[in-house]
Design a protein around this ligand. Structure first.
Ligand SMILES: Nc1ncnc2c1ncn2[C@@H]1O[C@H](COP(=O)(O)OP(=O)(O)OP(=O)(O)O)[C@@H](O)[C@H]1O
Length: 337
């Protein structure tokens, strides 16, 4: 492709150079030379455009093939689309004898969770802490049923195995706030409404007020119609988090999973956002995957994960701070701002 471009582009330069020589020797009228080079231009340009188009078509067909390959991939998770959707989801979740590793087939891979038993009670808040790689985010993935346990089961609504229920109807009641908030290309209205598509403008505005984002949006020249995302208005890390919190207020989930939701923010913004997250968590079963101990001071129960041990300690922040153990070590290591 590059060769074609070079040859085509050089044709014009060569014609001009030869033309200049001929004009100098009085063998060619300058006006004729000008019209010849212009004709070459109008001949070469469409050819170059076609060549460029062919190049784009080739990369588009490669991308289309990759998308088709991904779409055709068989998922290991049966989402049970044919099962009657759950009318409601109770906030209690129970892990029974759950062991998990990512590659079932690899005998050498150690279990990340081993025989984990725990009951999350409705409306209470929990936090998982522990060193990096210990398996905190893996628990969030099991709760979202991105993976099924290698052995053991997760139960919701008392006795319903997460593997057997209509997954979409369960996930409709689960709110997930990721470390890196997902902003879509669209207006504030589109972004807040994402996931609750039938919400009215008034409901979006109400959610923005709860997330303490209303005054900021309202102060923009185009207000809630300001376009965000790639090539759109750029939000700061804290504003993005607030936007996701507004989205969650609108969704009103029974179960809330916060995966290090404030870890990308500086201390001052983090403290402000923490207030909004606490409001959001009130009355919902909340599970925090935490890096900073300061964000989990108020949760009902902290579970300390340790490699090869599982849950080595549990209790409230003040209880754990006062006893010798892994939590105190994390606390003393400065994980508390
Ligand atoms: N998709 C995956 N495939 C294979 N192994 C994975 C996958 N995701 C995570 N792991 C491995 O599982 C272990 C637990 O990872 P996990 O992300 O749950 O830890 P974490 O405690 O959340 O760590 P961090 O605090 O660094 O986020 C790690 O050894 C990690 O390398």
């Amino acid at each position: 492709m590059a060769v074609v471009f070079t040859v085509m582009s050089s044709m014009n330069i060569i014609a001009i150079l030869i033309g200049i020589i001929f004009v100098n020797d009085n063998k060619l009228n300058p006006q004729v030379m000008l019209s010849i080079t212009m004709s070459i231009d109008s001949l070469v340009m469409p050819i170059l455009q076609v060549v460029r188009l062919l190049g784009n078509l080739a990369s588009a067909s490669t991308s289309a093939a990759r998308v088709t390959e991904i779409m055709d991939r068989e998922t290991k998770i049966n989402t049970n689309v044919d099962v009657e959707p759950l009318a409601d989801v109770a906030g209690a979740i129970e892990f029974k004898n759950v062991s998990f590793k990512y590659d079932d087939a690899d005998d050498k891979e150690p279990m990340i969770l081993e025989n984990f038993n725990f009951k999350f009670e409705e409306g209470k808040s929990y936090a998982f802490v522990g060193e990096t790689g210990v398996g905190k985010s893996t628990i969030a993935k099991l709760l979202l049923r991105e993976y099924d346990p290698t052995t053991g089961d997760v139960f919701v609504n008392n006795d319903k195995n997460l593997k057997d229920i209509n997954l979409k109807s369960y996930l409709d009641h689960v709110g997930y706030v990721e470390q890196e908030p997902q902003i879509i290309y669209g207006t504030f209205f589109n972004n807040i409404r994402y996931g609750t598509f039938d919400a009215t403008d008034e409901e979006c505005i109400e959610a923005a007020k709860k997330a303490n984002l209303y005054d900021f949006i309202n102060g923009l020249p185009e207000g809630f119609d300001t376009v965000l995302g790639e090539r759109g208005f750029i939000l700061s890390g804290g504003q993005k988090q607030r936007l996701v919190i507004a989205r969650m207020f609108l969704r009103n989930p029974k179960i809330l999973i916060l995966d290090e939701a404030t870890s990308a923010l500086d201390n001052i913004v983090e403290k402000e956002i923490q207030g909004e997250l606490d409001k959001l968590a009130a009355g919902r079963t909340t599970i925090v995957i935490a890096h900073r101990l300061s964000t989990i001071k108020n949760v009902d129960q902290i579970l300390v994960l340790e490699k090869g041990v599982g849950v080595s300690q549990s209790g409230t922040f003040n209880e754990l701070k006062g006893v010798e153990g892994r939590f105190q070590k994390l606390y003393e290591a400065g994980l508390m701002d």
